[in-house]
Design a protein around this ligand. Structure first.
Ligand code: SF4
Length: 89
């Protein structure tokens, strides 16, 4: 099951940063201490973004899932190609 889209729920994110440690090529904290994703076009936002938009073209499903699972407040949402939410379940 391929992960197609990622979103950080900013209202949930508490800036704890495990997602950044788990996948530093994808996530960083913004000025409000909320996680954003680094995109190819130089933009950074909390999404939802398509995996293909990510600056880090090497990231895989396992890394994205590990980052989402590392979040203590389950603020990282993952969706498959059908738009179905695959995490959190
Ligand atoms: S691990 Fe969760 S709470 Fe922490 S910065 Fe990432 S999304 Fe936000």
């Amino acid at each position: 099951m391929a992960i197609k889209k990622i979103e950080v729920k900013r209202d949930l994110c508490i800036g704890a940063a495990p997602c950044v440690f788990a996948a530093g090529g994808v996530f960083e904290l913004d000025a409000e201490n909320k996680a954003v994703m680094k995109l190819k076009d130089g933009e950074k936002n909390s999404g939802p973004v398509e995996v293909g938009q990510l600056e880090d073209g090497t990231v895989n499903d396992d890394a994205l899932r590990a980052a989402a699972e590392a979040c203590p407040v389950k603020a990282v949402y993952l969706y498959d190609e059908n738009g179905e939410q695959v995490y959190p379940q």
